[in-house]
Design a protein around this ligand. Structure first.
Ligand code: SME
Length: 161
């Protein structure tokens, strides 16, 4: 289940993605900005996509404080682990994680949800929060649905970013 607030944001995102004059990156960027602005605790929102040749994730768009970590090897950090596990990774408290890459000292928690295209994990949405333990199962449902909306809207062009 999503909360009424999640549903409202989802509706807004759908309207944004229907604007035909937006490129894929502009559409993804609009999503990042909307989530960052409308959802409390979503203090940094970004999309990483996989390059399977060099086994790296690359940051394609984000909203929030700029990060040095625009390229992350598979297996490294929360994001790199999700590239390999194909599963959501909810981190209520980042200080409890050994394999974690700090983007900012203010970040307390993180939620990463993989983005599948035709069953393949091709990228992910990454949410950082300055609040301790803010994310719920409903956030996971919301972000899973959002990722499937992105993949059904943009399809194979997501692999050429
Ligand atoms: N914390 C992430 C790195 C990306 S930043 O959050 C933007 C990780 O451990 O993979």
């Amino acid at each position: 289940m999503m909360t009424p607030n999640h549903m409202m944001v989802m509706q807004q995102v759908k309207q944004q993605l229907n604007k035909e004059d937006l490129s894929v990156v502009e559409g993804l960027n609009a999503i990042c900005e909307t989530l960052n602005k409308k959802l409390e605790s979503y203090d940094w929102v970004g999309f990483y996509f996989s390059d399977f040749k060099d086994k790296m994730l690359h940051l394609k768009t984000y909203s929030g404080t700029p990060t040095e970590h625009t390229s992350i090897p598979f297996g490294k950090g929360i994001c790199g682990q999700v590239a390999l596990s194909n599963e959501n990774f909810l981190v209520p408290d980042v200080t409890a994680q050994d394999n974690y890459i700090a983007c900012s000292v203010d970040v307390r928690s993180e939620l990463v949800v993989p983005l599948f295209l035709e069953g393949e994990n091709i990228g992910q949405i990454d949410i950082d929060s300055k609040t301790l333990n803010p994310f719920t199962k409903e956030d996971e449902v919301f972000l899973t649905e959002l990722c499937s909306l992105v993949s059904s809207t943009y399809g194979k062009s997501l692999k050429q970013l």
